[in-house]
Design a protein around this ligand. Structure first.
Ligand SMILES: *Cc1c(COP(=O)(O)O)cnc(C)c1O
Length: 454
């Protein structure tokens, strides 16, 4: 009598990889990933954990859905610029531009002449059109890079004069003073935490002055007995030899023009008009575009930045260039829409979702986020859910989108402010699945008004 070792029935790697479902998976995930999943399933069969006949199905079940491990998230937090989920979402036009630029693209070539062109000329032209007060523009990897480049090019081996009221930490432990001194510039701190006067700056100017930096303390506010110096008061500052001292304005959030909703948020146009030589800002905060760092201002200083060797190390890629131009020339970006969504506009959508889920609506305040405009509440509404649902919404079963909800005062809140209106139904489906109770009659989206506070 012979016994057949069941392990001999385990299908061979090459045979499995040649089967259509594995060939199809390899086309999106790569052969190495598929082979690893096959080998893992074979190992499990060898250890007797699964029958040999289950190897193929187990391997397929173990495959990732996509080649990237990043998971799309629906932002139901009501926080418009949420750094942990990638700050500003791109507009459909910007997404299309990114897809187009993913292949070969004329990012540094003039197709008419075939000669080398200025990298990202279209995006730079769009920036100059959006900010006519800027003589020229440069785009680098992010806001911090723009600031580092400006201080390096203008003040390496020299002094950067900065107010003690603007020695900020921008998040994740990164501190502006450290960033500046890392460039080889020396900090010349002036004034106090709450008050800095124009004479503090002027008295600090010496032959060693590289530039004056005004950084917007975007993520906190000092109230009470305070004085800060405006750009206009520093315009025209000169060194003892009469040479002008460049004024770098780090405005942070990337507003190109004033936004009446955010009166305390500086914008590039106003800063330049009031005397800033160079404005630095982020592309993916209130500008609503891709991660990028903008440097806008006097043409000869922008040229100094562009020619600095560090600029090459901070260069942005073609996908960012494409997304930035499409953000500037295309429709209102989603972040701007979310910021300006009114309580009146959000109410019927929230009511409809609440009615479909059989839950109540509460009045809430959204936030700008991204370290911007901390004192500005954004009145709106949210559907209240049990707090334990929030975790389930983040890690849903396959086929359901991940939803990031807010936890406030022991409640879970679903805020539609940052959800594109055509995704409300997806949010509803995800919440219904997380609640675990499938209603008898599926909601038809018609708001009943039940549960709304008066
Ligand atoms: C956000 C911010 C930065 C950093 O910009 P990143 O694009 O995150 O690098 C620098 N300065 C200020 C004032 C900011 O608000």
């Amino acid at each position: 009598m012979t016994t057949i070792d069941p392990r001999r029935a385990i299908p061979r790697t090459d045979a499995l990889l040649a089967e259509p479902p594995f060939v199809a998976a390899a086309a999106t995930l790569g052969r190495a990933t598929v082979r690893t999943a096959v080998n893992r399933a074979q190992d499990r069969a060898r250890r007797g954990e699964i029958p040999p006949g289950d190897v193929a199905a187990t391997a397929l079940a173990g495959l990732p859905k996509r080649a990237s491990s990043l998971t799309a998230v629906l932002n139901a937090t009501g926080v418009v610029i949420h750094t942990n989920i990638g700050r500003a979402p791109l507009s459909p036009s910007a997404v299309e531009a990114v897809v187009d630029a993913a292949g070969h693209v004329d990012v540094e070539m003039d197709l008419t002449s075939g000669a080398r062109g200025r990298r990202g000329a279209g995006a730079l032209a769009a920036l100059r059109e959006a900010v006519p007060d800027a003589g020229d523009a440069l785009v680098v990897n992010n806001g911090a890079a723009a600031l580092v480049l400006a201080t390096t090019a203008l003040a390496a081996g020299a002094e950067v004069i900065v107010s003690r009221g603007e020695m900020i930490e921008i998040g994740d432990g990164f501190r502006l003073p450290d960033l500046i001194t890392s460039t080889g510039a020396r900090l010349r701190e002036v004034g106090t935490t709450n008050r800095t006067h124009v004479r503090d700056y002027l008295e600090a100017i010496s032959p060693d002055t590289g530039c004056i930096l005004k950084a917007h303390p975007s993520n906190f506010r000092v109230d009470g007995f305070t004085t800060a110096v405006g750009y206009e008061e520093l315009r025209g500052a000169v060194r003892p030899d009469g040479s002008p001292v460049p004024l770098v304005a780090d405005i942070g959030s990337g507003l190109l023009a004033p936004d009446p909703l955010l009166p305390d948020e500086p914008d590039a146009s106003t800063a330049l008009r009031h005397g800033a030589t160079i404005v630095t800002a982020s592309g993916d905060k209130l500008l609503g575009g891709p991660q990028a760092g903008l440097a806008l201002g006097a043409a000869e200083i922008v040229e100094t930045l562009r020619r600095h060797p560090l600029a090459r190390a901070l260069r942005i890629d073609k996908l960012t260039i494409a997304a930035l131009e499409a953000t500037l020339r295309g429709p209102t970006p989603p972040a701007t829409r979310a910021l300006h969504a009114s309580a009146v506009e959000l109410r019927p959508r929230t009511q409809a979702l609440a009615a479909a889920l059989g839950r109540g609506v509460v009045a809430v305040e959204g936030r700008v986020g991204g370290g911007g405009a901390p004192g500005v509440p954004l009145p709106g509404w949210a559907v209240e859910v049990p707090v334990e649902v929030v975790e389930r919404l983040r890690t849903p079963p396959a086929g359901t989108p991940a939803v990031l909800a807010r936890v406030d005062d022991g409640r879970g809140l679903i805020d539609l402010r940052c959800i594109p209106a055509d995704r409300d139904a997806d949010v509803g489906a995800a919440v219904r699945a997380a609640l675990g109770d499938v209603p008898d009659v599926p909601g038809d989206g018609a708001g009943s008004g039940e549960g709304l506070p008066s």
